[in-house]
Design a protein around this ligand. Structure first.
Ligand SMILES: [Ca+2]
Ligand SMILES: [Ca+2]
Ligand SMILES: [Ca+2]
Ligand SMILES: [Ca+2]
Length: 476
């Protein structure tokens, strides 16, 4: 019996693509009771609206997950709408879930489910079974129906034990394994009764064994749904505000456009995000700051993070190697005064000095401008960069104009070409403009990375230890 229950859970294991994102399992606070996005209920967006949003991303020439389902995308979306309305399930979110499960209906070749399986929910994709148990539906309509009828088991307290009040007969696959499976999941396999019926009436319940093992499963699905709504200017206030949701860092290992090579999970809404080499192993890793509280990971996934207090609310946080030992420390800038600390712990500043007019809008930055050990400092005033090699007040060694910071460009620094000296850059919505030399002039590297405009926070780092800094974006 235990085996059977385990299998049911494993049945819903997400595809390899999504599973690879599950790298961190920090202690999880319980979801707030007031945050509920029901599985059942009407959808917000029309087929045309969902199609327009998908096209805006998936039809880009460099999008790595081209559409490969068995019917054209608008037809598939109409199936989701028709079956969603028949079962009373919010089909917009069902599409978001399918996008996560299938990697945009691409079904990457390393996954167990193939495009012509018409399986839109990872159903039967056990870990380590080479696709032996994957459910294969004869056509896209049946596959969509099966998925939405599954969602009804989870979300509808009133769905009948025999499926007799479903909007359509239980979707059957070619070998009729599916109706039996539907009843099993609806009614339970053990003496305790009903493990899945009405077990996730809201999306915030999903994950942690419900549909998927990934504790962030609900966050990922709702983030996709959120993007869909935001594209059309719909209200996304409070969606999702599940406090278990961590920000996803989409890390790129090259200085060119494309999709993320790696992911980290760290930080929540309102946290400042940073990346530095805190342990001197040559790899930059994520950190967050909020109201004086630092959280730092020495793993590029954001796992095994530790925290301490240094600074307070309103301070501008920075990280850098202040003493030239190869390890980054922390700093806060408060009222124009920089307070640097070499160790990653609470305590007093090792060095304090005044540089720039941060209270009047100067943006403080950190970088190794001369290639010698240890980082220098800088400020951006208006569009003008002022860089200083020594950790003290005084004149800048480099002053130049780069980017349109006042118009909303976000500054980034990093060693883009791996020569040991940091360069400068700006991120303009989703365009990265990087320059190796500390002077104004055209970008030496220019590419598109990220897609959410003001919602993506850029952060650069050497994620791979090859000496070169490359982009990252931190996304809700
Ligand atoms: Ca490191
Ligand atoms: Ca150091
Ligand atoms: Ca460089
Ligand atoms: Ca690198």
């Amino acid at each position: 019996m235990l085996l059977a229950v385990r299998r049911l859970v494993a049945l819903f294991a997400v595809l390899a693509l999504a599973t690879s994102l599950v790298a961190v399992t920090p202690a999880q606070p319980a979801a707030a009771d007031n945050v509920r996005t029901p599985v059942m209920g009407p959808a917000t967006l029309s087929v045309a609206e969902v199609e327009a949003w998908m096209a805006s991303l998936q039809d880009r020439p460099n999008f790595v997950y081209p559409y490969r389902a068995t019917v054209d995308r608008p037809i598939l979306l109409r199936h989701f709408r028709d079956e969603g309305e028949r079962e009373g399930v919010n089909w917009n979110i069902a599409v978001a879930q399918a996008i996560l499960e299938t990697a945009w209906f691409n079904y990457p070749d390393n996954g167990q489910v193939r495009p012509d399986d018409n399986n839109f929910g990872g159903m039967g994709a056990f870990d380590g079974t080479d696709g032996k148990y994957v459910y294969r539906f004869p056509d896209a309509l049946t596959g969509v129906r099966a998925k939405l009828q599954h969602l009804r088991i989870y979300g509808d307290v009133d769905v009948a034990a025999d499926g007799s009040n479903l909007g359509s007969p239980i979707a059957a696959d070619v070998d009729e394994r599916y109706p039996e499976r539907w009843r099993l999941i609806r009614n339970g396999s053990g003496p305790t009764g009903l493990p899945y019926h009405a077990s996730a009436t809201a999306w915030q319940d999903m994950g942690n064994g419900l549909w998927a093992t990934d504790p962030f499963y609900n966050c990922k699905v709702l983030n996709i749904y959120r993007r869909m709504l935001a594209y059309h200017g719909r209200d996304v206030t409070g969606l999702p505000t599940n406090p278990t949701c961590l920000r996803t860092w989409h890390l790129r290992y090259e200085n060119r456009g494309g999709n993320a090579d790696g992911f980290a999970f760290m930080g929540r809404d309102g946290d400042e995000v940073l990346a530095c080499d805190f342990n001197g192993d040559g790899r930059d890793t994520p950190a967050t700051f909020r109201d004086g509280r630092w959280t730092i990971s020495n793993l590029v996934t954001g796992a095994s993070a530790f925290g301490f207090e240094y600074g307070r609310a309103g301070d501008v946080p920075l990280c850098g190697d202040w003493n030239g030992d190869g390890r980054a420390g922390v700093a806060v800038v408060r009222d124009g005064t920089w307070h640097l600390r070499n160790s990653l712990s609470a305590g007093t500043a090792d060095r304090s000095f005044t540089y720039g007019r941060v209270t009047q809008g100067d943006i403080p930055i950190v970088g190794n401008w001369n290639g010698r050990s240890g980082d220098g400092i800088g400020i951006i005033r208006g569009g003008e960069w002022h860089l200083r090699n020594t950790l003290s007040g005084g004149p800048a060694q480099h002053t130049f104009v780069y980017g349109r910071i006042l118009a909303g460009d976000r500054p980034v620094t990093g060693d883009w070409n791996g020569n040991g000296v940091d360069g400068v850059g700006i991120v303009r919505t989703q365009e990265w403009h990087l320059r190796n030399t500390l002077s104004g002039g055209p970008a030496q590297l220019q590419f598109v990375y990220g897609s959410l405009g003001s919602e993506d926070v850029p952060v650069a780092g050497d994620w791979t230890r090859d000496g070169r800094s490359t982009p990252g974006i931190v996304r809700k």
